[in-house]
Design a protein around this ligand. Structure first.
Ligand SMILES: *[C@@H]1O[C@H](CO)[C@@H](O)[C@H](O)[C@H]1NC(C)=O
Ligand SMILES: *[C@@H]1O[C@H](CO)[C@@H](O)[C@H](O)[C@H]1NC(C)=O
Ligand SMILES: *[C@@H]1O[C@H](CO)[C@@H](O)[C@H](O)[C@H]1NC(C)=O
Ligand SMILES: *[C@@H]1O[C@H](CO)[C@@H](O)[C@H](O)[C@H]1NC(C)=O
Length: 446
């Protein structure tokens, strides 16, 4: 017979629920409790000092060496400094418990913390208060983004990262590079208000990213190539660049991507796909339940994206996009309408479906929808299967569509953090999408 508490342990040990959009289980194959029962390696026993000054890299490397074949490396509550970057490679059946705060003190480029070539890995905070503070403003106020990225996972299988905050990275915050069966959740990412400070970038296979808040002025959660079976849900782009895909170049290979419950406030866009020339394809994409307020662009598929150089090739072939249930308002629908589907002339997109899409402008009394080389149904998309190229067409409306109003989140950031002052570590928000609680309870919550 199982006691109630051992049942609980069992439940925790099971891999996360598999959503239909994923191709199989995600997350570590054994719980951190199981790993801790084998061994724990507390970095303060390996020379780390929580004085906010002493570099912890040597201690962290030593603790990892002792626990990398099965165990939990623990960074207990306290303030730590890191001046040399740490690469934790070839670990198996291990976890990294970050309950303390690691503050960047070194200035090299690269990745402050990199996890690579590992299997059955979990990085988490047991309290929800663990964080990496990048103090990127020290670079940004000098007009530089040449410092490190905060966290990168590369070639890791069966893993998760959760309940930690990544704050003020000098460059990107979190890159997920060529990983499999990963889960990222209950994360607060808060960076400076400028480009080049991406929140989460993922190019991987079978990854579930959910319950995430991103503040910055570049990518919120973005899928890059190659990727397949990525599910992104319950995301608060809390003053950001917004979510998207790309930018794409040669041999793009992206399929089976779902974004659901995406709330975007004061961002460049709600969703933008970016390419300019190139080759390959993006197929089977679902973009559903989006709410936007105060964004420049809303839905934009732009295959002539002028901020990148044209790449050789006929263009990336887009097909089978199901876009539904978008509500809210855009900043200025006369300048930038809520729908722009501009596909490549030599690779017109097809089977693009836009339904139940109701957005209206915050200024002025008109807005437009525009389509170019795009086939499917909804607004100005052309029907038929000729898939011949055609010039941009626009549809103007001067009346608000029915049902466009959408809730706002009380916790919307009111003033950007800028780039010249230190950015405080946030407390984990209770919700990441209006009316929706996190799929997994926040660490440290009752
Ligand atoms: C990852 O986990 C799955 C079970 O979910 C397992 O079948 C697979 O062998 C694991 N991968 C590795 C590299 O151990
Ligand atoms: C993508 O999903 C479709 C069903 O929607 C499935 O048939 C196909 O195998 C999936 N492709 C990949 C690469 O998993
Ligand atoms: C549409 O999205 C809203 C959230 O904006 C959600 O409450 C509603 O259930 C969704 N409708 C459908 C049909 O999924
Ligand atoms: C949005 O940012 C504000 C200011 O940092 C913060 O108070 C709030 O908790 C954030 N909201 C969410 C849902 O994370």
């Amino acid at each position: 017979m199982y006691s109630f508490s051992s049942l609980l342990t069992l439940a925790v040990a099971l891999p996360a629920l598999v959503a239909a959009e994923l191709s199989g289980k995600v997350g570590p194959t054994t719980s951190h409790a199981t790993k801790a029962a084998i061994k724990t390696c507390d970095i303060t026993k390996y020379g780390a000092v929580a004085d906010g000054k002493t570099d912890i890299s040597t201690a962290l490397n030593s603790a990892f060496t002792a626990c990398k074949a099965g165990g939990v490396v623990v960074i207990p509550t306290g303030n730590y400094a890191m001046s040399q970057w740490v690469k934790l490679a070839n670990g198996n059946n291990w976890a990294l418990q970050l309950d303390g705060i690691i503050t960047r003190t070194g200035t090299d480029a690269g990745n402050m913390l990199m996890i690579e070539h590992s299997n059955n890995f979990e990085m988490f905070s047991s309290t929800g208060k663990g964080a990496i503070q990048g103090n990127g403003y020290i670079f940004h106020k000098q007009g530089s983004i040449s410092g490190p990225r905060l966290l990168r996972v590369w070639d890791v299988t069966n893993w998760s990262v959760h309940d930690i905050s990544l704050v003020d990275s000098p460059a990107f915050h979190f890159s997920i590079d060529t990983c499999t069966n990963g889960e990222v959740y209950n994360m607060a990412i808060r960076g400076g208000n400028e480009g080049g400070l991406d929140g989460i970038d993922v190019w991987s296979n079978n990854i579930w990213i959910h319950d995430v808040m991103v503040t910055n002025k570049d990518e919120c959660v973005t899928v890059k190539s190659p990727s397949k079976n990525i599910l992104v849900e319950n995301v608060h782009c809390n003053w950001s660049g917004g979510c998207g895909m790309g930018s794409f170049g040669t041999d793009t290979a992206v399929s089976n991507i779902t974004y659901r419950n995406i709330y975007t406030w004061s961002s460049n866009q709600m969703f933008m796909l970016k390419s300019n020339g190139g080759s390959g394809s993006v197929s089977n994409v679902v973009l559903e339940n989006f709410i936007g307020h105060g964004n420049a662009y809303s839905l934009t598929l732009d295959e002539a994206w002028t901020s990148m150089k044209t790449i050789a090739g006929n263009g990336v072939q887009l097909s089978n996009f199901q876009i539904s249930n978008w509500t809210g308002t855009e900043a200025n629908g006369k300048a930038r309408g809520p729908v722009k589907v501009a596909c490549a002339a030599k690779a017109p997109c097809h089977d693009i479906s836009i339904t139940d899409f109701s957005m209206w402008t915050e200024s002025g009394t008109s807005q437009f929808y525009s389509c170019e080389n795009a086939y499917g149904s909804g607004f100005c998309l052309k029907s038929g299967t000729s898939y011949a190229a055609y010039a941009a067409t626009t549809q103007w409306v001067s009346k608000a569509p029915v049902g466009y109003t959408a809730p706002t989140m009380a916790a919307d950031l009111k003033t950007a953090f800028g780039t010249t002052q230190s950015i405080p570590i946030p407390t984990m928000p209770a919700s990441f999408f209006p009316g929706v609680l996190p799929i997994t309870k926040l660490a440290g919550s009752k």
